[in-house]
Design a binder for this molecule. Structure first.
Ligand code: SF4
Length: 397
């Protein structure tokens, strides 16, 4: 038996409170939630409804919109209603800015979660000399923030809605910047200040994020935040993300390096992969990260060897064919191996194996048992038959 069989490889997750966002729950041991954001102008009701629906159908569980004006905030009411009438209620989150508290209060009526950025609650006069703030000056600004934030907190609390305190490394307020520096500490202190204001008003439906575009900075900030919250008995869920990750392969790798590392440490209850591409492209990346870490299984897990001189068929082509035929299934592990040189154990205990047997022939495996040998050109059809015979097949939509 493999020693791995005796080791629990499940990732233990940091215990967090359950925060309701519409019909979705963030934290509380629920599956890690996938989020993204539409690009449409919120004033474009039809376009926004279509974009939200498109993302939701792809698996985006909470959709974010922007509300730069009162007109946008009011448009949200229509968007929400139209979604309910033509599709279904989709959990929505909107960004708000402190100098538009009236807008924020309007927004809070139409969305399930409001995102605020503490770095934008700036009441201090700009200081070109970068001198530290005295405690009195620091507290004075803190009081102004509290006064400004209070109506929004009370509104969300009374409606049992949620708030994300979303700190960004790139937009820390000067008071935090000059006191703690441009550091993860500054980011964490900034979040804690807002958490304390919410707690003093008995509002705890909070989700916290500390995004940065540099992976080591965001890693340090989230780790420190988790540690500080644990030390202070706070159990707020964390929303993970690497901001401005860019596009293409590197954007995906950068996001995965940051988000995946934290998830592997048990940190994080929801995520967004921010790509400079259509938001639809973000969703599969989120699910792939979660699947790779064994946190959510939403697609077929393919195990495939890299191929080598022993490979008995065109592995890339066959993997592609097998994927085309089976990627609509969920919950299955399928291995495609060029040969069986090291035994079926190399297939990582996949449910089914498609393995090079001898030139022109492949073997099909169910678990570790060889069940069939067929000419290569019948391989994919035989694999489908095998899955069907086990009642694990569904027709593609
Ligand atoms: Fe090569 Fe066989 Fe290993 Fe694939 S499984 S890499 S074909 S030895």
């Amino acid at each position: 038996a493999s020693p791995l069989e005796h080791v629990d490889t499940t990732i233990p997750r940091r215990k967090t409170r359950a925060v309701p966002v519409g019909n979705i729950t963030i934290g509380g041991g629920q599956p890690v939630v996938v989020q993204s954001m539409i690009n449409e102008d919120t004033l474009d009701i039809e376009g926004s409804v279509a974009a939200i629906r498109r993302l939701h159908e792809l698996g985006c569980e909470i959709v974010r919109v922007t509300v730069p004006s009162m007109g946008h905030a009011k448009a949200l009411a229509e968007i929400r209603q139209k979604l309910i009438d033509t599709y279904q209620a989709v959990p929505l989150v909107a960004d708000v800015h402190h100098n538009g508290m009236k807008i924020a209060l309007e927004v809070a009526k139409h969305v399930d979660k409001v995102r605020i950025n503490p770095g934008l609650y700036v009441f201090e006069k700009p200081r070109s000399d970068r001198t530290e703030f005295t405690q009195a000056e620091f507290d004075d600004v803190g009081n102004k923030i509290r006064e400004t934030l209070e109506p929004l907190v009370i509104s969300l609390r009374d409606q049992n809605k949620a708030m994300r305190i979303g700190v960004n490394h790139g937009s820390l307020a000067e008071r935090m910047l000059f006191t703690y520096g441009d550091t993860p500490e500054g980011m964490v202190e900034s979040a804690l200040e807002f958490i304390r204001i919410c707690e003093s008003l008995d509002f705890r439906n909070l989700v916290i994020s500390l995004k940065a575009s540099r992976v080591p900075v965001m890693l340090a900030a989230y780790r420190l935040m988790a540690k500080r919250m644990d030390a202070e008995g706070m159990d707020y869920p964390l929303h993970l993300g690497v901001t401005e990750a860019g596009d293409g392969e590197y954007g995906r790798i950068k996001s995965t390096a940051g988000i995946g590392t934290l998830l592997a440490e048990g940190i994080g209850d929801t995520l967004r992969v921010s790509l400079t591409e259509a938001p639809e492209k973000e969703i599969p990346v989120c699910y792939s990260i979660l699947q790779a870490l064994g946190l959510r299984k939403t697609m077929v897990e393919y195990v495939a060897c890299p191929s080598c001189g022993r490979t008995l068929f065109n592995l890339e082509e066959v993997l592609h064919k097998v994927r085309e035929a089976t990627n609509h299934l969920t919950g299955l592990d399928i291995a495609v191996m060029g040969c069986i040189v090291n035994g079926p154990g190399e297939m990582a205990d996949a449910d089914y194996g498609y393995v090079g047997k001898q030139p022109g022939y492949i073997s099909l495996y169910r678990g570790r048992d060889e069940v069939n040998k067929v000419p290569e050109d019948q391989g994919v059809a035989a694999l489908i038959d095998l899955i069907k015979s086990d009642d694990r097949w569904v027709d593609p939509e």
